[in-house]
Design a protein around this ligand. Structure first.
Ligand code: SIN
Length: 527
């Protein structure tokens, strides 16, 4: 589009200057050195016994049977944090057996007993807030403030599901026969496999585990190889909360990920799978799960549209875009991926967004000034760069950032592209990085078509002050979750999940616990 040059003359663009990069590298090194020397215990935690390098099966910490370990790296420094046991197929089977044995008693506890244990687990997460947040920043890279937010979010799932445990009501249904009464009860499904991603090392565990435990299920968790330490610390706290041996089992793995993942989905003892991750992996696991027709919850990829209409409060829309595009440096499934802006407010929105993004401080998450941390690894950087290069080759205009930051750690400059054509790769696939792609549109019908022109549908956002339009657009977007006039939608109390190839089922809310229970109908006859 020819108008782009008018909007952003070269002199006004905000390049990433070399001295900024050098300062970032230096700050990063100083922070890490300071952090390490200040450490009074492993990883600098107040309670160093929360750091585990082994798997957890049937209440015991275990090395891999073949002694293998994998390395976990701090993405802000590229330094190794530690080595974790690389468990394999046999130990996965042992973990499933342990969960099955534990289910015989845990599945029969009262809802009140499970409520009490989950509340204790929740309290322990609060008590160890600083340590758990540090672990997240160390292995995932997100700024400490954001990690603290994640720990709050994560523990809120335990509180929420503790409270839901005691409300899994059944039903009495009026009967068609005079001598019979119909009753419906809910029972835990049994052993659950939980497979989680690295972008929320804590919250994606508790969102699943909290619901599973509340329902009376037992679990085998495969944490991501990038961020196993938070999950292992949570297993420790679950045990301190009095959750019995075998109820929560952790199988960290890296080199055996295909075998372990397949076993967790095919083993006939397992009755349900809950997975958060990419759509291609979700499809593979779904295929495995089909062999024994297991229940499955999937929260897979998104490609969220974020729409700014000409009647929007533009400042609010900019704040919304900052919150939802750049949360965790763009590494969430619900991040805005395509930002559609109506022509008459395009220039205003773009320049206000660029001004705010220019104030970001990218760096080590332990630096108080840091607003945005690193990407998780090199592959993530390559994907962002590929999307930028593709869009620019199709005529998009780079107005901020645009490249990797030199030095240790996997940092990428927060980037804004203007006049992105709607057939660019960034509009078709999730970027999972700090790239805001601005697409111009003219009419409501046009933007709805563009927003829905994708195989996935997790979240969608739009800003408008026209109440009619708010209803129309909220209903028209083919997604599981809509944010109108807000970029922040995630809470424990909401049904989190998508439509189309973004997944199956809902997590959180009162719907979340239902996924872990079977409905059983009992006819009481002969009255
Ligand atoms: C995700 O990115 O998978 C989860 C994001 C959230 O819970 O807000």
């Amino acid at each position: 589009m020819g108008s782009s040059a008018r909007l952003f003359p070269r002199a006004l663009r905000v390049p990433t200057r070399q001295n900024d990069l050098n300062a970032l590298v230096l700050r990063n090194k100083i922070m890490w050195a300071r952090y390490r020397s200040a450490s009074t215990s492993t990883f600098g935690l107040r309670d160093s016994s929360l750091v585990h390098h082994q798997g957890y099966i049937d209440g015991k910490w275990v090395d891999a049977e073949d002694g293998k370990k994998f390395s976990v790296t701090n993405p802000a420094t590229s330094e190794e944090l530690g080595q974790v046991a690389d468990l394999g197929l046999d130990q996965t089977k042992q973990a499933i057996e342990a969960a099955s044995k534990a289910f015989k008693t845990w599945g029969k506890t009262t809802a009140k007993e499970r409520h009490d244990k989950l509340m204790k687990f929740y309290q322990l997460m609060k008590e160890h807030h600083e340590d758990l947040s540090r672990l997240i920043t160390l292995e995932n890279g997100k700024p400490l403030k954001e990690a603290k937010g994640e720990n709050e979010y994560s523990s809120s799932f335990l509180e929420w599901f503790a409270e839901e445990a005691v409300r899994t009501y059944g039903e009495v249904i009026p009967c068609s026969f005079a001598t019979t009464r119909n009753v419906v009860i809910k029972q835990p499904v049994g052993v659950v496999s939980i497979l989680t991603p690295w972008n929320f090392p804590s919250a994606m565990i508790t969102r699943k585990l909290g619901a599973a435990l509340a329902a009376g299920c037992t679990a085998v968790i495969k944490p991501p190889a990038e961020t196993p330490y938070t999950c292992l610390a949570l297993a420790d706290l679950a045990t301190r909360a009095g959750i019995p041996a075998g109820v929560v089992n952790i199988v960290p793995t890296h080199s055996n990920i295909s075998d372990v993942g397949r076993e967790l989905c095919e083993n006939p003892i397992v009755k349900k799978i809950s997975f958060t991750g990419s759509t291609p992996v979700a499809k593979l696991l779904y295929k495995y799960a089909a062999s024994t027709l297991k229940k499955m919850s999937i929260e897979a990829g998104g490609n969220a549209p974020f729409i700014v209409f000409d009647d929007a409060d533009i400042d609010a829309a900019v704040e919304g875009a900052l919150a939802c595009k750049f949360r965790h440096t763009g590494q969430t499934c619900v991040c805005a991926n395509r930002i559609y802006v109506q022509s008459s407010v395009y220039a205003d929105f773009a320049s206000k967004l660029a001004e705010k993004v220019a104030a970001f401080r990218v760096g080590n998450g332990f630096d108080d000034e840091t607003t945005h941390g690193p990407l998780i690894h090199e592959k993530a950087i390559e994907k962002v760069q590929k999307h930028i290069d593709d869009a620019v080759s199709r005529g998009a205009q780079l107005i901020h950032g645009g490249k990797r930051l030199e030095g240790a750690g996997s940092f990428f400059a927060p980037t804004i592209l203007a006049e992105v054509p709607s057939d660019a790769d960034v509009c078709r696939e999730e970027t999972f990085g700090p790239l805001a792609a601005l697409v111009r549109f003219e009419t409501e019908d046009e933007v709805i078509k563009l927003a829905n022109d994708t195989s996935v549908g997790l979240a969608g956002y739009f800003f408008s002050r026209d109440i009619g339009r708010v209803w129309r657009v909220a209903e028209a977007l083919e997604v599981g979750m809509v944010g109108t006039n807000t970029g922040a939608i995630s809470q424990a109390v909401i049904p989190f999940g998508g439509v189309k190839e973004s997944g199956l089922g809902r997590e959180g809310s009162s719907h979340g616990i239902e996924e872990y229970m079977n409905v059983k109908y009992i006819a009481f006859g002969g009255l």
